[in-house]
Design a protein around this ligand. Structure first.
Ligand code: MRU
Length: 399
């Protein structure tokens, strides 16, 4: 297997937005089909699609989807059409706050929309232009990731031991990935000795997604819990840390998955270079410094318990009949106690289950910030499709 055989993250098909459901990976490779823009919003909020460039693409496709569905109910693209379209853009852009790619790509489509309406185009023409623009967003993202991957790989001379956090892989982008893009390019050049994959609590994007991608692509790697990073660094087992980003300010302060800031401090203490890999679309020159970044705080259920999903086949006709009966009216909730949940649904010839199991005390209170901000002083370089730059070079390189 190679990186080129990884599945696409998100695509347009039959007037719908299709995506790999990342909440169910790696145990299930379900494809989620959104036929309304509201469905795309739910997919973004629930992390079915996640990662800064991927949610940017989802936002763009969401606008295109509205134009191809509800937008077609308008006889002409007048004031009403524009007002409705702008509300849709606002809703999509606000689905998650921290990654700048989402609002950036929605605003890119918003600008096309406004220009089309001003030029008195009809809803059909606008739809075609928006679909084309959303595809351009995706093509440009993939091209940027491949380019930054090669710039990043050139930083390393020989066999290198990497550590990465969260999933800044192909799944977090339209294809190829950012931090993992660097690692994939380095692997193709025989420069990857090992990759340490942080599990990335609470949602385990590292354990579920990065570990899966690297195994799929044949890159030598091992999964560690987040609290093991200092140990492997102290043992001399890490040569470089490469992570992605959700928003990079003009001064280089960088928001990324919670835990990144701690890793950057650990890397500095151990004299290990710490790199951010991100396309130009993740830079936000409107924000001078990290304190201005809005940090998403998510549901405490992500910390309070664990989510599992999977499939099973009924092994005897009796079991099959029992589950058939239970799911005859749709997904069935099992009567579990202690706050656990489990629902069973029909899937193909068998059944699927979605469970959430509480493994913390009843009434526990949790704080669940999804991102943190790493100050620029800890970041050796920003690996972008325009080259590897320092914090000081951001304002003029990303203009
Ligand atoms: O909450 P998520 O999974 O969307 O967070 C994703 C990250 O923090 C990634 O590291 C970041 O978006 C970079 S993706 C190329």
């Amino acid at each position: 297997m190679s990186v080129e055989q990884l599945p696409r993250t998100i695509w347009w098909e039959d007037t719908s937005v299709h995506m790999i459901d990342q909440t169910r990976l790696p145990l299930q490779g379900d494809i989620l089909v959104c036929s309304t823009y509201e469905g795309v919003i739910v997919a973004i909020k629930t992390l079915a699609v996640r990662g800064a460039p991927a949610i940017g693409a989802a936002g763009a496709l969401g606008v295109a989807l509205w134009s191809a569905t509800e937008g077609m109910d308008f006889e002409s693209a007048g004031d009403d059409y524009l007002a409705a379209a702008m509300t849709v853009c606002d809703e999509l852009a606000d689905a998650r706050p921290t990654a700048v790619n989402l609002s950036r790509e929605v605003n890119r489509l918003r600008a096309v929309l406004a220009e089309c309406v001003q030029s008195s185009m009809n809803p059909e023409t606008i739809r075609d232009l928006l679909i084309a623009e959303a595809h351009k967003v995706m093509e440009e993202d993939e091209a940027a990731n491949r380019a930054l991957g090669d710039f990043g790989a050139a930083l390393f001379d020989g066999p290198t031991k990497f550590l990465t956090h969260c999933n800044a892989g192909s799944l977090a982008t339209t294809f190829y990935g950012t931090a993992l893009g660097v690692i994939y390019s380095a692997h193709l050049q025989d420069k990857v000795e090992h990759v340490w994959v942080d599990e990335t609590r609470p949602v385990n994007q590292g354990g579920r997604l990065t570990a899966w991608e690297l195994l799929f692509a044949g890159v030598p790697s091992q999964l560690i819990c987040d609290n093991m990073a200092a140990f492997v660094m102290g043992e001399g087992l890490v040569d470089a840390v490469v992570v992605g980003a959700d928003r990079i300010c003009a001064n280089g302060d960088t928001a990324n998955k919670i835990g990144t800031y701690g890793l950057a401090i650990l890397a500095k203490e151990h004299g290990i270079p710490f790199y951010i890999a991100a396309p130009s679309t993740t830079f936000d020159l409107e924000l001078a410094e990290g304190k201005q970044i809005e940090i998403e705080v998510r549901d405490q259920k992500e910390i309070e318990g664990i989510t599992v999903s999977g499939t099973f086949d009924a092994t005897t006709p009796e079991i099959s009949a029992a589950f058939d009966k239970m799911t005859a009216q749709g997904p069935a909730e099992l009567p579990l106690s202690k706050g656990h949940h489990m629902s069973i649904a029909r899937k193909g010839g068998g059944f699927s289950f979605d469970g959430w199991f509480k493994n913390t005390p009843t009434h526990v209170s949790c704080f669940n910030p999804a991102f943190d901000v790493t100050p620029a002083k800890y970041i050796k370089g920003y690996i972008t499709e325009r080259g590897v730059i320092t914090a000081e070079e951001i304002p003029h390189t990303m203009k």
